[in-house]
Design a protein around this ligand. Structure first.
Ligand SMILES: NC(=O)c1ccc[n+]([C@@H]2O[C@H](COP(=O)([O-])OP(=O)(O)OC[C@H]3O[C@@H](n4cnc5c(N)ncnc54)[C@H](OP(=O)(O)O)[C@@H]3O)[C@@H](O)[C@H]2O)c1
Length: 319
């Protein structure tokens, strides 16, 4: 397959591209500063890059301003615009193609669902987020970004292309700069205790399962609409951090309490919403498709990830 991957220069793109290449596929990464001028774009306007879309077998769009930042209005606007505009212009390129790709897989996020400690969200029964009393109003903005992002894909005039919005949980890979790397940084400094009380659920997925799930979605001609790409066992943050400390062999983790969390997030240039929101999301559609996770449960996944993190064993360099 020839797979075109806008935003493939980021954390997920690097390991998906590595894995797809290791499976014998050709991957062309489109980005704002890729070497090949024929694959360079600005994420907003049509250009020569659109020629790569014509005749490709599949498009996997991962582009969007990083969410690992302070959630003030300027950054939230950039997060919104970079996602909606890149999905819209990609839709335009597909619509204009003489030979449109058979499938368009579009990044989305488990953040689209409501903050909950109750029943897990599935694609069919999940409740989309709205304002939760007692939570900051800007949390709703992150949900609106996800909704607008998916809408941009749904509204594209691409009748010959199957479309899937992939609602990713936290993608856990040993790559430098990814969320797992960041968690290991905390754990190794004794800061890997429960965050903000630790009751909030973490929806996560290991890189190899995310890559294999994308492999399934590329091939499964009957699957369209939204698909949750998360492991089947989301866990409360308290248990999540405990299992990670155990896997890393670090006995102590200072709990990160309110106040300390805000200060830490400010110093690290990130936002507490990423760790504080309770995301309890399960992959009902992947399960219906018979997808077998290599790492369905977090304690086992954490042990494997720590080993790979220490050995520098990454999918991004698998090909
Ligand atoms: N990683 C996770 O755990 C996770 C969880 C849920 C959802 N997601 C979503 O999945 C997608 C991929 O995740 P990721 O972790 O690989 O993200 P990432 O590392 O931040 O990479 C995203 C890519 O988007 C491109 N980009 C950045 N700003 C842009 C802009 N203003 N306009 C157009 N393109 C821009 C960048 O490529 P160039 O600089 O080459 O243009 C970047 O490499 C993201 O949209 C993210 O929100 C990720």
């Amino acid at each position: 397959m020839r797979v075109v991957m806008p935003g493939g220069t980021g954390q997920i793109g690097m390991f998906i591209a590595g894995w797809l290449r290791s499976q014998g596929h050709t991957v062309q990464v489109i980005g704002r500063s890729v070497e090949d001028p024929a694959l360079r774009w600005d994420g907003r306007t049509l250009g020569p890059w659109a020629d790569a879309i014509d005749g490709a077998d599949a498009v996997v769009n991962l582009a969007g301003r990083t969410v690992n930042c302070r959630y003030h209005w300027r950054n939230l606007n950039q997060m919104m615009n970079s996602r909606v505009e890149s999905a819209m212009v990609l839709g335009e390129a597909i619509a204009r193609a003489k030979h449109p790709p058979r499938v368009w897989l579009q990044a989305s996020t488990a953040t689209i669902y409501a903050h909950t400690f109750g029943e897990p969200h599935t694609e069919a029964d999940g409740v989309l987020g709205s304002h939760t009393p007692g939570r900051p109003p800007y949390w709703t903005y992150s949900v609106n970004i996800a909704r607008s992002w998916e809408l941009a894909m749904r509204q594209a005039d691409t009748p010959h292309t199957r479309r899937v919005a992939m609602r990713f949980g936290f993608a856990m890979s040993p790559d430098p700069g990814g969320i797992f790397d960041w968690l290991m940084w905390l754990v190794n400094r004794g800061l890997g205790g429960p965050f903000y009380g630790g009751q909030q659920y973490v929806s996560w997925i290991v890189d190899i399962d995310l890559a294999r799930a994308i492999g399934l979605l590329l091939e499964a001609d009957h699957v369209d609409g939204v698909v949750n790409l998360t492991a089947p066992e989301p866990v409360p943050n308290r248990d999540f951090m405990r299992a990670l400390r155990h896997a890393a062999g670090v006995p102590v983790g200072i709990p990160v309490v309110p106040g300390m969390a805000e200060l830490g997030a400010l110093m690290l240039g990130t936002d507490v919403e990423l760790m504080r929101k309770s995301r309890r999301v399960v992959p009902a559609r992947l399960t219906q498709e018979g997808f077998a996770f290599e790492h369905p449960s977090w304690p086992d996944a954490a042990v494997d990830l720590v080993k790979r993190w220490r050995a520098g064993d990454r999918l991004s360099t698998a090909a």
